[in-house]
Design a binder for this molecule. Sequence first.
Ligand code: GAR
Length: 196
Amino acid sequence: MKHILVLVSGNGTNLQALIDAERQSGLGNGTIAAVISDKPGAFALERAKNAGIPAFTLLPDKSLPKRERRLELSNRILAKACELKIDFIVCAGFLSILSGDIIAAYASRMINIHPSLLPKFGGQGMYGEKVHRAALDAGERESGCTVHFVDAGADTGQIILQRAIPVLSSDTPETLAERIHVQEHAAIVEAVRNMV
Ligand code: GAR
């Protein structure tokens, strides 16, 4: 079995979709071996615990400047991934930007899910509600989610799959986020099943 590491920062509904999918009908040749959060107390950690999955919190070192902070956290995640013999990494609502050796070490083996139809509404600082607000402000008629490989940029890696939905005239960032979340859960499971 391929060992999957899921990186999280928040609620962890995408992690839950993967946990449920593994329980119900498997994740291809993979199994979720560990979860890492970069935020203390993220509810995703509870989800991992409830599913009996080893979960770790690796916090960014706030005393470091931004670039060094990213690199230092990325290197600790890489070390943990090596220690746990991780084959495949899924960033599922993980808000730190990865850099350094982990990018090459897991090239084509590390994916991210983003709540827009990239290349629209991606990049640094574009997460959660901000993404949906930007799509509404731009008058988009459709939005959705993207699963892509992680490269050295922010949301710039090769696109693996997208799922689109219509934007409704009555949509608020919250209602759009909610409908896109449903698509994300299907997309992340599909991508992982096809890739591991
Ligand atoms: C998801 O919508 C995910 O696409 C987004 O954070 C949310 C996490 O939800 N990620 C980004 O915006 C990354 N730029 P979850 O914690 O319930 O899975």
